[in-house]
Design a protein around this ligand. Structure first.
Ligand code: SIN
Length: 510
């Protein structure tokens, strides 16, 4: 017999900005976090900030137009309008609970320019420290909230469903013990899929858990093939790879090849790829760096002139990462590599975070409202987490139905570390910046073999969703580039639902 908890409020899986925004909005919530709060989530590692139309010469509709242009034809217009309209209030709300955004002498937000934005509109903290500082403020608010219960060292092992398919809670592993948690609503806020890849800027424990759990329960998944690669992770052999924020290019840093001699700076190559050079859309810059590296010419970010001696106080996190590998970015170029940074796809939801199964919600990176299209605009992710996290929390708090008894309490299998590391290597090799049918088919077979050996582990299911959709999409769009289908076809989103019996989750007799 496992312990059973019945919680009168939403249970939230994940404690990044989306999960904790949902908890604060719901007021009464149980938050399950795999790690101590403010660690182990991508939000806390974000270097950029929140994009919002806060400047006098900016408007939500200009922000929306940039978001839609970056999204390469797949953004949901209503979701984008909502995000950009609610953006300024979301930034102010975070400031009101103590997020220490950089300010000018007159108190206005300092706003930075990032790639593919037509205006400087990114509210930052301490140069490159937005994620950590915002999460510190949000965690303090959660700790002070009397009706938010937080369990750390807790993760989900299965979503629970009654005979109608309604989500009625989950099986959690809390401090190593299995617990049946019953609740009217479950909100998935487990982040993205970076950990499924060998080269990522996100914590490695962020490995598509929510996506896999939801898919195995039969929830609709949207656009899983759209994975965003950040062009400039710092290539110093660390796993995960530290980020060199896009703001460095916003300040004028240049991408160059390996210098041919000691006295030469290396050739600036971005003009070969796009008229906007270093400020071209993120997918274009990532492919350019990938191509330069593949051709043996190397890729480095040169901030020696644009930032130079200001580096330590303007970009302290990047400075520290460089220094840890003996690179002094005031005088030397930073070696860079594209790395998985964000997942545009996720659990399909409406604008209040409702997934296709009653009782199930999703928010932040593990959700897909359609707001990020095929390619997310820089600094729209923390904004999405704050806006849609709060909306999901408010909606889930009003969920009234209890549902029936759970049909199965068996936890899903765990993926052994050796198999997980093999998966990561294979994903980076074949579902990376450039994909083709041969590589994707080879990867599909490897994932099928891992599933045959280890069963329906959520990270394997998440990987399979990405790869199947990448193989099916015979075109190139946004973050998804097929060497064998380099052109765009019609702008059609992917929606997919797994059959739980075929997925190996339920036996036909169950
Ligand atoms: C960055 O600072 O380059 C990352 C910002 C983002 O991914 O939104």
């Amino acid at each position: 017999m496992i312990e059973r908890i019945t919680f009168d409020g939403p249970v939230i899986l994940g404690a990044g900005l989306a999960g904790l925004s949902a908890a604060l909005a719901a007021k009464t919530a149980l938050v399950l976090s795999p790690t101590p709060l403010a660690t182990g989530c991508s939000s806390a590692w974000a270097q950029g900030g929140l994009a919002a139309a806060l400047a006098g010469d900016d408007t939500p509709s200009l922000h929306a137009a940039d978001t839609i242009a970056a999204g390469a034809g797949l953004c949901d217009g209503e979701a984008v309008a909502l995000l950009t309209r609610e953006g300024p209030a979301a930034v102010r709300a975070l400031a009101a609970i103590g997020a220490p955004f950089d300010r000018k002498a007159d108190g206005d937000f300092v706003l930075s320019l990032e790639a593919a934005h037509s205006k400087a509109r990114v509210a930052r903290v301490g140069g490159d420290g937005a994620g950590a500082a915002i999460m510190a403020a949000v965690v303090a608010a959660v700790r002070a909230a009397p009706s938010i219960d937080v369990r750390e060292n807790a993760r989900a092992r299965r979503l629970l469903q009654d005979a109608t398919g309604r989500i009625v809670g989950l099986i959690a592993e809390i401090d190593g013990a299995l617990v049946e948690v019953r609740s009217h609503a479950v909100i998935l806020a487990t982040g993205g899929v970076g950990g499924l890849y060998a080269v990522t800027t996100t914590p490695t424990q962020v490995r598509g858990e929510g996506l896999g759990l939801a898919a195995l329960a039969g929830a609709e998944i949207a656009d899983p093939e759209f994975v965003q690669f950040h062009p400039t992770a710092i290539d110093i052999g660390r796993d995960p790879a530290p980020l060199a924020t896009e703001a460095l290019r916003g300040e004028g840093s240049i991408l160059r090849n390996t210098p041919l001699s000691k006295d030469e700076g290396g050739r600036a190559f971005m003009a070969d790829y796009h008229p906007a050079k270093e400020l071209a859309p993120r997918d274009v810059v990532a492919r350019a760096i990938h191509a330069e590296r593949a051709a043996g010419r190397g890729a480095f970010l040169d901030a020696t002139t644009a930032v130079g001696s200001h580096f330590p106080h303007e970009f302290p996190a990047v400075f520290e990462a460089c220094q840890s590998a003996g690179v002094d970015p005031r005088r030397e170029m930073i070696p860079v590599v594209p790395a998985v940074h964000y997942h545009m796809g996720g659990v399909a939801t409406d604008l209040d975070g409702r997934a296709s199964l009653p009782g199930l919600y999703a928010a932040g990176e593990c959700a897909s409202t359609g707001v990020q299209g095929a390619n997310r605009l820089a600094s729209n992710s923390l904004l999405e987490a704050a806006v849609f996290g709060a909306r999901a929390g408010r909606a889930a708090a009003t969920e009234g139905e209890t549902g029936g008894e759970a049909v199965s309490l068996a936890p899903l299998p765990d993926l052994p570390d050796e198999a997980f590391q093999a998966l990561r290597k294979a994903m980076s090799r074949d579902a990376g910046v450039i994909r083709d049918a041969a590589g994707l088919a080879r990867l599909q077979a490897e994932i099928a073999a891992l599933e045959a050996a280890h069963g329906p582990c959520p990270p394997l299911v998440a990987a399979r969703l990405i790869v199947d959709a990448a193989l099916a999409r015979q075109e190139s769009r946004g973050g998804h580039y097929r060497a064998d289908f380099p052109e765009k076809t019609a702008p059609v989103r992917t929606f997919v639902t797994l059959d739980p019996v075929q997925a190996g989750l339920r036996h036909a007799a169950e």
